[in-house]
Design a protein around this ligand. Structure first.
Ligand code: ATP
Ligand code: LTN
Length: 337
């Protein structure tokens, strides 16, 4: 991501993931796997968004472990610390500072319209805090500090990226151009993996029902069991159609992993029923996750290496983000020493 080392034509991408639990197959197919592919063509930065995670209560010891785990997973899925910028959000103070500047350019009305705020405030009605409401201003800071052209996210985050653009445009109009306007980058396949228990909802790592998601740490047996228990319909045809949310979801998962089309999948399972199909989906998922799980286990045994990579990432991230922060402060009229 560093200006000095980057070829001028290379476009930039940035994304983050919250350490709120073990990532799911949804996070992997909708976000992380695509990040790995992007790192060859784009100048990429990926962060563990730990500051975002505290908008809901976290237990300290568990939270600390989840931050290590999420950072290890970024490397385990195939992101390379010498190729992409990998860091932990709270290690780079500019994120919190920039949030305040952007919070003063975020409107109450637009923040109130965010679907995630509505969902999270309903779910945690005993703790609807300012941070939960201001979440998109922090996300805008994460993004705008690094001047990326693309923000590769799952479909659920599109609204936040669009708001980031609006905030950036507003800031640029008032103070002069500081920020590049970023675009959401959403893949058609895998963009929204659904819950296995309620396929009208997205698969979420913070779902209370363990059977609703496949976590990247689930054993092969667990993955098989969860796939077999996935909610489907009372027909027996494996085909993508309206009203077949459960089967559609399993088909999406299978199609994303195997690169087969829906027609090919329908042909493959003609006359075989849902049982066989669920086993095939489970096997495909197990094989995709196996190498990731192996690397993850190895990395978690070497905290010193993880901390060294975190430190290296934080230093590079600070250099880039401080430059943008200073520019924004100067344009606004602050005295920058
Ligand atoms: P939480 O359940 O704690 O709200 P989450 O599972 O939605 O979290 P995040 O850390 O918020 O996960 O998201 C990380 C990335 O994964 C984001 O780019 C998000 O869009 C993507 N993502 C999350 N859930 C899915 C899903 N079900 N399908 C596809 N992509 C997803
Ligand atoms: N809000 C995102 C996580 C996130 C993010 C970001 C994504 C925090 N900062 C910056 C892209 C860019 C989520 O809930 N998935």
């Amino acid at each position: 991501m560093e200006n000095t080392t980057v070829a001028p034509h290379k476009k930039r991408a940035l994304s983050c993931i919250q350490p709120t639990g073990v990532p799911t197959l949804g996070n992997y197919l909708g976000a992380m796997r695509n990040w790995v592919e992007m790192q060859d063509e784009l100048d990429c930065a990926f962060a563990v968004a730990d500051l975002h995670a505290i908008t809901v209560r976290q237990e300290a010891a568990q939270f600390r472990n989840q931050i290590y785990e999420m950072f290890a997973l970024l490397i385990a899925v195939g992101l390379k610390p010498d190729k992409s910028l990998l860091f932990v959000q709270s290690h780079v103070p500019a994120h919190a500072e920039m949030t305040w500047l952007l919070a003063c350019h975020s409107q109450f009305g637009e923040l109130s319209r965010m679907t995630q705020f509505k969902d999270k405030s309903a779910k945690h009605s005993d703790n609807i805090n300012l941070g939960m409401f201001a979440y998109p201003s922090l996300m805008a800071a994460d993004i705008l500090l690094y001047q990326p052209n693309y923000v590769p996210v799952g479909d659920d985050q599109k609204q936040h990226v669009e708001l980031t653009r609006d905030i950036a445009e507003r800031f640029n109009n008032v103070h002069g151009k500081v920020f590049v306007l970023p675009e959401p980058y959403i893949l058609k396949k895998g963009g929204r993996v659904k819950s296995l228990q309620d396929p009208t909802k997205k698969m979420s790592k913070s779902d209370e029902n363990q059977n609703a998601f496949i976590s990247l740490k689930d054993s092969p047996d667990t993955i098989m069991r969860k796939c077999k228990r996935a909610v489907t319909d009372s027909e027996a045809d494996v085909r993508y159609a309206q009203g077949k949310d459960g089967i559609n979801n399993l088909m999406e998962i299978y199609a994303t992993i195997t690169s087969k089309s829906f027609d090919e999948i329908t042909a493959e399972f003609k006359g075989r029923g849902y049982g066989d199909f669920k086993v095939a989906v489970a096997e495909a998922v197990i094989e995709t996750l196996r190498p990731v799980q192996q690397r993850f286990d190895d990395l978690m045994k070497d905290k010193a290496y993880l901390e060294q990579m975190m430190k290296q990432g934080a230093e590079r991230a600070a250099a880039i983000s401080n430059r943008t922060l200073d520019k924004a402060l100067k344009k606004m009229g602050f005295v920058v020493l």
